[in-house]
Design a protein. Sequence first.
Lengths: 125, 181
Amino acid sequence: MNLASHYTYFVTILLLMVGLFIVIARSNLIKKLVGLGLFQTAVYLLYIAPGKLIGGVAPIIGEGFDVYSNPLPHVLILTAIVVGVATLALGLALVVRIKEAYGSIEEEEILERDAADELNATDRA
Amino acid sequence: MGAAAIGIARQRNLFGVVLLSGIYSFLMATLLVVLDAVDVAMTEAAVGAGISTVLLLGAIYLAGSTESKPIHKPWLPLFVVAVTGGVLVYGTLGLPAFSDPQAPIHQHVAPQYLKEGPEKTGVPNVVTEVLASYRGFDTLGETTVVFTAGIGVIALLRRGKPRKRFKSRDSAKAGDGGGAS
């Protein structure tokens, strides 16, 4: 097995793991969304990289070219990018609402406040 | 690009995080050009580096731009991430090498798209041809998702305003100033 031939996969996995780490370990909600975006772009790379052929050109048919890179992953990822920005927008809208309702976008503080509210509710009951 | 990604993980000022993610997106777009995905690179530069950055800046304007110090030590997440990464690396060992013309991805439908596509549709750009002709339903689904997300954003952000006015009026009546919840 040749390490150099799998290099793109390793880069992709490094980026995937950094994104995953941000989503798990950081408590700030906006930062979690940025981490999610990182994970997403790494997935783009995971799809696009295997489609490349060394010596190939971008898949636009023209005179004098025989080898083209694979167009199918490009099509799929074009769709994924647009869907990604839609989910980002929805997530940020949720964050803004959470900020209005809780006064904070830190996961820990929000959980604390939820626990305190629950305690109050059981006391009253 | 790895450095930009790790910088995003370590930086606690959210403004810096957003700028770094913009830089990261541009680097990703450059890499996509190198990998012959010119259409994707253009979209990534416009959407990833442009619109996403604007959205994130708007959100930190509304929600504050500093992150508090993490309470927990990051060892458990780090461990989980390391194990997952290890398993994934192990998984890639069975995948075909980079730029191998015999890999299944280059054998199945792509040659057909490249050969028949221009004759059938008359579009020289194969990405456009596949997107618009062969896989048109993908775009329909994508439009549905974007539409739903748009409705969601409007519903979430619209509800805030009348309620707030309501709350502040109530608290003004009670005379205690701050709304309790």
